[in-house]
Design a protein around this ligand. Structure first.
Ligand SMILES: CC(C)(COP(=O)(O)OP(=O)(O)OC[C@H]1O[C@@H](n2cnc3c(N)ncnc32)[C@H](O)[C@@H]1OP(=O)(O)O)[C@@H](O)C(=O)NCCC(=O)NCCS
Length: 552
């Protein structure tokens, strides 16, 4: 399923490509060892392992697990939600803040992928199962896909063999296939019994019927590729989405494993991350959730903070590039299990979101993490969201004409201040445009004054108004301002105040403007000033959850 992802979108050739590229991602621990060893032979300090940069909002991302992080050097994690009383007082506000999410998610279909190493870890497994039982009781239609990689590897080794992979894909011979079936059966049994325990642990919870089996999808062989015969390794041929929905409508919970049958009755071993993405796409699930390793986080190395959200475009560059895949399947520099997991999970998330799943979430198996991720604003993991900003981009010099065409009539009627061609040409770097079929249909300008950013020239072509484009431009500008590290965003307006007030801006006196901006305030125009404290990026994303992007 990963094939083709990132083709043309990778950052191979990008000027942002860091020295070492993906090879450095494939050697997080190696880089740590190098760092501990001091300067390299050439006398230069080794660069930290870089996962990938982003295009418009350059960030320096790394994957970290707890064992990679020095004491006291833990990335700042988002708060999460314990739901427990603190100092004897129930966190009523926390509960209240969850209410919109509970309402939003009730009745929606979600797909959760649970990897074998979590099933194998008693504490993590029981925590995730308790959380899943609660999610189900809160009315979510749940499909769980089980990964068995660890169980299969252990089973193969127990028979005195080493698991065999080529290009990162398992080669499944007849004996391995027998192990796969046993592992899948055992994993399903464990999940069912833990789930019923989870349901019983919630007083008043009624539990639900768990259904599974291989009738929900068909498989086909991967076959022989580049001279390698993958044996019984398969891929998804078709997902019986209607059958799955039927079971969910009946109130059941569906549990799937990667064991699938072909039309001719042969059994194949399908990679579970691919299966999860295929099922989520076929069902058009609202969310695809991957449970990651305990303590595994994606970190912005510049800020040492957990990356809470990734736009699809950024995720595609991270996980979809050829370099990334090469690094994870390279024979000479074998990636660790963690790196491979991030790679496959990332590719599957990108594919799912590209093909209609609204959001993918990468969450640790800590107790409550899944609940915090789904039902709180801050979340707990990393969210990959579809591009509601499709068509929004930085303006280019050739956009000057279109921008002038939009703003000139508004300047004439006094809605916007007057901007001549020279001024727009000089400041074109500050403009952002929204396009449809290459035509510019909206624009906005963003100017930074230290901790403040000013929105200007914000306008939508009249025939395109009322479809959320104004809101999308505003959020895009807010997100860009967030990425600059600014704390406040403001706009000067003479007639459109209500629109901004409804979007969280409040009127402030001119004296609240940064001094630099006060100095050029137009006393004749007497615009009013509206200001808003910026949310962090994740909160901007959370707000978008409530947009009706279908009409955009
Ligand atoms: C303000 C503007 C950018 C909004 O763009 P848009 O794409 O129509 O915005 P959205 O679709 O996101 O929002 C539409 C909603 O805003 C409302 N709205 C539009 N203009 C408004 C105004 N001046 N005051 C209050 N509400 C307004 C619409 O009635 C609609 O409300 P509804 O959803 O309840 O029907 C657009 O109307 C515009 O270009 N106006 C002229 C330029 C301007 O005033 N720019 C601001 C300079 S400070």
């Amino acid at each position: 399923a990963a094939a083709g992802l990132g083709a043309g979108s990778g950052w191979a050739g990008s000027r942002l490509r860091p020295a070492g590229g993906w090879r450095r991602f494939a050697s997080v621990n190696k880089a740590k060892e190098e760092a501990a060893a001091g300067p390299t032979e050439e006398g230069s300090q080794p660069t930290p392992p870089v996962l990938a940069p982003t295009l418009e909002l350059p960030r320096n991302l790394v994957v970290r697990g707890l064992d990679d992080v020095e004491d006291g050097d833990l990335p700042a994690m988002s708060g999460g939600f314990s739901g427990r009383p603190r100092d004897g007082i129930l966190e009523a506000d926390a509960l209240r803040s969850c209410a919109p999410y509970i309402h939003r998610h009730r009745g929606s279909s979600m797909l959760v992928h649970l990897p074998g190493h979590v099933i194998d870890d008693t504490e993590a497994f029981s925590s995730v199962m308790d959380d899943l039982a609660l999610v189900r009781l809160l009315g979510v239609r749940l499909v769980i896909v089980l990964g068995c990689r660890k169980l299969i590897d252990d089973g193969v080794r127990a028979r005195g063999h080493e698991p065999v992979f080529a290009n990162g894909i398992r080669i499944t011979d007849e004996e391995t296939m027998r192990v796969v079936k046993q592992a899948a059966g055992a994993a399903r049994f464990e999940v069912e019994s833990m789930l019923s325990k989870g349901f019983q642990a919630i007083p008043g919870g009624s539990g639900c019927n768990v259904v599974g089996g291989s009738g929900f999808f068909t498989a086909q062989p991967v076959g022989v590729r580049d001279g390698v015969d993958y044996g019984f390794t398969g891929e998804v041929r078709r997902v019986e989405a209607a059958r799955i929905h039927e079971r969910l409508d009946a109130g059941d919970l569906v549990v799937l494993t990667g064991v699938g049958h072909s039309a001719s009755g042969t059994t194949f071993n399908v990679r579970s991350t691919d299966l999860a993405a295929s099922v989520a796409i076929a069902m058009q699930a609202t969310k695809l959730v991957f449970i990651m390793g305990a303590g595994d986080v994606l970190v912005d190395a510049d800020t040492n903070k957990q990356v809470q959200n990734l736009r699809l475009k950024d995720a595609k560059m991270l996980f979809g590039s050829e370099d990334c895949r090469d690094a994870c399947s390279a024979e000479d520099e074998p990636a660790t299990a963690r790196q491979k997991r991030w790679q496959w999970v990332g590719c599957s998330s990108v594919e799912a979101v590209e093909r209609g799943v609204r959001r993918a979430h990468l969450v640790s198996p800590n107790r409550g993490a899944l609940i915090a991720e789904l039902y709180t604003r801050d979340g707990y993991g990393t969210m990959i969201s579809g591009d509601v900003y499709d068509g929004l981009r930085h303006a280019r010099p050739q956009d000057v004409e279109s921008i002038l065409r939009i703003v000139k009539p508004l300047s004439k009627s006094g809605v916007l201040k007057v901007r001549n061609r020279e001024l727009v040409e000089e400041t074109i770097d500050q403009y952002h445009v929204c396009t449809r079929d290459e035509a510019v249909v909206a624009c906005g300008q963003l100017t930074q004054y230290g901790a403040y950013a000013e929105i200007g020239a914000m306008a939508v072509v009249p025939e395109y108004r009322g479809h959320g484009r104004g809101e999308a431009v505003l959020n895009y500008l807010e997100r860009t301002a967030c990425s600059w590290g600014t704390k406040y965003i403001f706009v000067l307006s003479t007639v459109t105040m209500e629109w901004f007030i409804e979007r969280g801006f409040v009127e402030v006196p001119v004296s609240k403007l940064p001094e630099e901006r006060q100095a050029i305030y137009d006393n004749e125009r007497k615009s009013k000033v509206y200001m808003k404290k910026l949310l962090d990026e994740r909160q901007v994303d959370a707000d978008e959850l409530f947009w009706d992007i279908g009409t955009f």
